[in-house]
Design a binder for this molecule. Sequence first.
Ligand code: GLU
Length: 291
Amino acid sequence: MTIPVFRFAPSPNGRLHVGHAYSALLNADFAMRWDGRLLLRIEDIDLARCRPEFVAAITDDLSWLGLRWEQPVRRQSHHGDDYQAAFSVLRSQDLLYPCFCSRKALAADVARGAAATGCRPPRDPDGAARYPGTCSRLSATEVSARLASGEPHAWRLRMKAALARVPIGLEFHAFDCDGATTAHGVDPQAWGDAIVVRRDIPTSYHLSVVVDDALQGITHVVRGQDLEAATDLHVVLQTVLGLPTPCYHHHALIRDGGGEKLAKSRMSETLMALRQQGVTAADIRRRLGFA
Ligand code: GLU
């Protein structure tokens, strides 16, 4: 029997809050009940937003909660070569194209399309306007010239071409707390030609996460429902990259008293602040149902 491998994968762009504690404790709880392994991964590809002091704070908060994980901790910022290799595989299959659209140009393009059709622009699951495909229509000569001139660009997935390469009825398995699994069909088209390599950094959340889950041998991904739609895109990337698809459990998000999702950007109840107020790790565990 294969040993289940779980991971908690926070981004060090702020202090952990109670929602992170729930996700980490749930991963640890699954690993303990199923004799599995628990890994920690620091998702710090976004060098503009991630800070070293938050990395130290993450390990400090998790240790305070009583969690233990295997070493070494994988830091995405140290593994650019792995993402570059995956990028090359996608490019060699002609599944990517460079997108030179700035945010402003893209917004103008989307507004023009909406005015022409009289329809509201379709949105991707993150709420951003779905890419209208502008740069997918550039000629090869123009693309080469613009790349050669060093014009800033992202790389987008040719979603249609990718879907033509994957089996019809692509799905992943979701597991519940008792280990029962259910097949889930995916709807990756909702993402359109998603960005796989960002303009500002040579990878993206989506590319790094599928590469790392595979390289770390993750069999079971436990993460919040806010990432459920992203799984549809991840399954497509895994399939075209020839990587295994783990099983997924998307847990409910912990909300504040007003019913709002906790967010680092809103200085929601950080574990640090709670600790300073005298709240103990046992209190947090109890509050989150892990007593
Ligand atoms: N790094 C992501 C976050 O902090 C989580 C990614 C994942 O679990 O797939 O929200």
